[in-house]
Design a protein around this ligand. Sequence first.
Ligand SMILES: C[S@@+](CC[C@H](N)C(=O)[O-])C[C@H]1O[C@@H](n2cnc3c(N)ncnc32)[C@H](O)[C@@H]1O
Length: 270
Amino acid sequence: MNPNQALWEKGDFTRIAATMRESGEALVQRIGVTKGMEVLDVGCGDGTTALPAARLGADVLGVDIACNLVEAGNKRAAAAGLTNVKFQEGDATNLPEIPDKSFDLVVSIFGAMFAPKPFDVAKEMVRVTKPAGRIVMGNWIPNDPTFVAQILRISSAYTPPPPEGFVSPMTWGIENNVIERFSAAGVSADKISFDHDTFVFNYNGTPSAFVDEFRKYYGPTMNAFEAAEKSGRAADLQKELEVLFNAQNKSGDPNRTSIPATFLRVTVAI
Ligand SMILES: C[S@@+](CC[C@H](N)C(=O)[O-])C[C@H]1O[C@@H](n2cnc3c(N)ncnc32)[C@H](O)[C@@H]1O
C-alpha cells in the first residue's frame, strides 16, 4: 500500500478533526466561499472544511487518499442532509479523474502538504483550477513554536529517519519553497500571497487526555510511539507531549483543552 495512505488510514483522524471543527468553519467563511461556487478540497479528511463550504451553498468535491476518511466524510454529509458535497478517494499528486480548469476554488488545509512530490501537487492544483480561480492552502510552519509544528518536531525525534530523497511536508510552510513549486507549475510569484493564520484545537478533556487521543488516533504520533516503544523511550515521548499540551493550553479550565496553532495560509490567484 502507498505509505502515505497507510499513515493516514492508521488510527482515526476523525477523533482529532472533531477538535478542529469551529476553526474549519471560520476559515471557510474568511476565504470567501459563496453559493454556487465549485470547490475542490484536496486532502479533505472527513470534511472539516468541505462540510462548512457546502453549508454556505458551494458545490464541493472532497478528495482524500484515506478510504476511511472518505467514508467518514460521506457519512457526515448524509447525516447533515447535504447533497452538494461528495467525497472520493484520490491522490493529490495525480488527479486524472478531475478535468482541467474545473474548480473556482481549490482548498487544501493541512492536506496536500502531506503528499509526496510537492511539485506534482502544485501542478495538479493549478491544472484543475479555472482561469480567475483561486487556490488556498493551509500549511504548518517548520520550527514554529506553536502546537502542531511542535508535535511533529517532537514526534520526528523518536521516529527513524525518513528514506533518502524524502521531502518534509513542513517545507510547504516555507514561502520560498511554495513560490518555487507554484512557479514551476506556471504561476508567477506576484500571484502568490501569504498570511499567518490560526486554528484552535478544542478538546473536551484535560491536555493529558488529549495527548492520549493523539497517541491512539493520529498516524504520525502513533508511528512515533511505536518507534519509541521499540527503543524503550515511549515514557519520554509521552512526557514531552504532555509538557507541550499543558504549556499551550489556553482554556483556563483544567478539564478542558483549547490550543491555538499558527499556520501559513497561501493564496494563489490563477
Ligand atoms: C492532517 S489531515 C487534514 C485533513 C483535513 N483537511 C482537515 O483539515 O481536517 C491530512 C489529510 O491529508 C490526506 N492526505 C495525505 N496525503 C494525501 C495525498 N497524497 N492525496 C490526498 N490526500 C492526502 C490525509 O489522508 C489526511 O486526511
